[in-house]
Write a protein that binds this ligand. Structure first.
Ligand SMILES: [Zn+2]
Length: 744
């Protein structure tokens, strides 16, 4: 029997290809807590002025420590009031002990409500208006912008970054200054709109702890946990314990993995003290104001984050995971308003390094000594819905305890009297509104950001189309009250409902939601993207392509839409048609890597193998551990019968993404070619287990089991192939398999 073409010549890009993964990638979770420990604060908590801002008693104060290691922990989607130390539901003994040993900031704010822009602010000390990153997609931090890592590296620190999920992939440029940037996480065969690739907290902590343990000199480590991000699926025993509140279960799980990390950091060789900083990148809506997750609004549910700073002495006892729990409310509490942009100046201050004059933040040491009524302004924004859906941009400032949100229907809140932001004071305090609006207009925007956008013509164009050019100068006149995100929150809820249906294995039920949405809002990019992905996944490539062509016809033209259309065309046998569509999407110095991967696939499908190889190599120049580019280069080597090279590429892909089904499929072919049928079958089984929609691997394992004289073992695979492979893409193979089954 003729064995089916053994390899998928190239792997489809994850984001564009709808696939049937309905569970989060195995074992992946994220956390985002940041703790600052070990830093010495020079805090002078002396005197009546400072005392006013603390509650609790005792505990160490911040001090300057020149020889200190620095550990920054960011726990994704960590809402301040979920943490035990902040009075929350989640059991967080490690964070509570950290807070008890150091300082807990009660009023800390992020500047953005999505992962990449928030982390860019954390690491650069700049507002989004300055670093220029406003969303998770379409941006890359300029390598010219100094980061905490590059500043510390210049002082002789070893620097390591360990991230848990795709929004912080090395392609987005937060790598500047890091000796090691570990962004290995499992891929997802489904679209990234529906499930973000992520790595579980214990795995991130294991990688970071090993690196910390190997250091002999001073080090800076940044550890990012993603687990509390939706979907909420805490592992045992947190799943049962938090059955009614799985988000809090994820937070508790995230806390549980901190023991190992804190032990590694405080017990590290070298006899140095350690500064630990823990924060969240943003919070989570959990239904407040109608927002299920985050990114749409900037209410306190998603803008306020925990911030804990602690210093551990040199030669002190290592973190003891078994120590008796401390009361959740222990330690010093700082009520003065503080911000993410204060973290870089704080670290520089603690280490007594030259301060960076061009940063908007100030050392937390100063905040600790400041009267809480001092009017520190904190800029914030929520731009994703504006960039992706054309809704009004949302920006604002928190000044002291006042909060102003600049949208077509403006909002003003007194956070002391009204922490849930229920009473909009706009009509009652017009003078305050004017004053805060002036403050917002005065938020610095940097020329460097504009330069970076110029380097990315596509993004620049999108921003200009939105009237959002220089950060604080967006002409609001384009937007009416109908564009206010508050008026459109119902659409957001519809999208969440559709994503939820998909995740529960009912993609067909999600289709009409998007069809209805497009009938009412024919320029909503996200609806075209999601609908086409569902259609593709339901085995209807023709409809998926029609949907994306309709988007272009409606003027919805973006790299993401072109990447999807190009991929679907290439995957359904129209590689030549796809190439011109994708070419336009990969111009510039920092091309979109998904578009570039799709172009490589189209080139390979059209028989232009050398061009395809060049496209994949260009991806590796920008992102050296890019799993899909490695898989695709492996597949090309396989086609050329260069088996040693293929094996090497697939092995590198597995190092980046240990669950990669495509790499296992390719290695299966390599093993078979080497005469090792047993090993081949083993790889294909793992491929199918990792991705039930890898129909090549499914076919291969079925057929080789038959060839191995084990028809009974083959039968379930053959039946599964006949039942699940989309006929539109695998018609001939399905017929062949059905014929085999009929013979038995
Ligand atoms: Zn995030």
């Amino acid at each position: 029997m003729k064995r089916k073409q053994p390899i998928t010549p190239v792997r489809r890009t994850a984001p564009t290809v709808p696939a049937v993964r309905r569970e989060s990638p195995r074992g992946s979770r994220r956390r985002a807590v940041i703790a600052v420990a070990g830093a010495v604060l020079v805090l002078v908590l002396v005197g009546g002025v400072a005392l006013r801002y603390f509650s609790g008693a005792g505990g160490p104060v911040f001090e300057h420590r020149l020889d200190e290691n620095v550990l920054l922990i960011t726990i994704d989607t960590l809402r301040a009031d979920a943490v035990g130390a902040y009075g929350g539901l989640a059991r967080t003994p490690n964070l509570n002990r950290l807070a008890a040993a150091g300082l807990r900031f009660e009023s800390a704010h992020a500047h953005a409500v999505t992962t990449l822009p928030a982390h860019a602010s954390l690491l650069t000390g700049l507002y989004p208006t300055q670093h220029g990153i406003h969303d998770n997609n379409g941006y890359r931090l300029s390598p010219k912008v100094p980061t905490l890592a590059s500043r510390l590296k210049a002082q002789g620190f070893a620097t390591g970054g360990f991230v848990a999920a795709f929004p912080l992939d090395s392609r987005f440029g937060l790598t500047t200054g890091f000796d090691v940037y570990d962004d290995r996480y499992p891929g997802t065969s489904g679209g990234r709109e529906f499930v973000l690739p992520e790595r579980r907290g214990d795995a991130v902590v294991a990688a970071a702890s090993a690196w910390i343990g190997a250091q002999r000199g001073r080090w800076f480590a940044w550890v990012h946990l993603f687990d509390p991000h939706a979907p909420y699926r805490p592992p045992a025993p947190f799943d049962r314990e938090y059955a009614n509140s799985p988000y809090h279960g994820e937070v508790a799980y995230s806390d549980s993995v901190l023991s190992a990390l804190l032990s590694a950091a405080t017990g590290a060789a070298g006899g140095r003290p350690t500064l630990v900083i823990v924060t969240g990148d943003h919070g989570e809506g959990l239904g407040d104001h109608g927002e299920a997750t985050h990114g749409l609004f900037a209410y306190e549910s998603t803008l306020r984050i925990p911030l804990i700073v602690a210093q551990f002495p040199a030669g002190g006892p290592a973190w003891d995971a078994g120590a008796a729990p401390v009361p959740a409310a222990g330690g010093r509490v700082v009520h003065a308003p503080v911000r993410h942009v204060d973290i870089v100046p704080t670290v520089l201050d603690v280490l007594q390094l030259p301060s960076a004059q061009d940063l908007p933040g100030r050392s937390l040491l100063a905040a600790v000594n400041t009267r809480s009524d001092e009017e520190t302004a904190s800029y914030f924004e929520a731009m994703s819905a504006s960039l992706n859906r054309g809704w009004a941009p949302l920006r604002g400032v928190v000044v002291g305890r006042e909060k102003y949100i600049d949208v077509p229907i403006p909002e003003l809140y007194d956070l002391t009297a009204d922490p849930r932001e229920a009473a909009n004071l706009v009509d009652r305090a017009p003078d305050r509104l004017r004053a805060l609006d002036l403050t917002l207009r005065g938020i610095p925007a940097s020329a460097a950001a504009a330069d970076r956008r110029a380097a990315d013509p596509e993004t620049s164009e999108r921003l200009r189309a939105l009237g959002y050019v220089s950060g604080n100068a967006a002409p609001k006149t384009r937007y009416t009250e109908a564009d206010d995100p508050k008026r459109l929150v119902g659409i957001d809820q519809d999208i969440h409902r559709a994503v939820d249906l998909y995740q529960r294995g009912r993609p067909a039920d999600a289709v009409p939601i998007y069809q209805k949405m497009l009938a009412a809002h024919p320029t909503m990019e996200i609806a075209y993207a999601h609908l086409s992905m569902l259609q593709w996944e339901l085995g209807d490539p023709a409809s998926a392509i029609v949907t994306l062509r309709a988007a272009l016809a409606a003027g919805v033209d973006s790299v993401a839409i072109r990447t999807k259309l190009g991929t679907y065309l290439a995957e359904s046998g129209h590689g030549s048609d796809a190439i011109p569509i994708l070419r336009d999407a990969v111009s510039g110095d920092f091309p979109d890597l998904d578009a570039l991967n799709a172009l490589g696939i189209a080139q390979a499908r059209a028989g232009r193998v050398e061009e395809a190889t060049a496209s994949f190599r260009r991806i590796l120049d920008l992102s050296p551990s890019h799993a899909m580019a490695l898989e695709n280069l492996g597949s090309i080597a396989l086609e050329k019968e260069q088996y040693d090279q293929a094996r090497a590429f697939f092995a590198r892909a597995l190092d980046s993404d240990p669950s990669s089904a495509q790499a296992h499929n390719g290695l299966g072919v390599v093993e078979l070619k080497a005469g090792n049928r047993k090993g081949a079958i083993e790889h294909w089984k793992r491929a199918v287990a990792g991705d039930p929609t890898n129909f090549y691997a499914l076919y291969n394992v079925a057929v080789e089991l038959v060839n191995d004289g084990r028809p009974d073992a083959a039968r379930p695979y053959l039946e599964r192939f006949a039942r699940t492979a989309p006929p539109a893409l695998y018609a001939a193979d399905v017929r062949r398999v059905q014929a085999m089954l009929a013979r038995w």
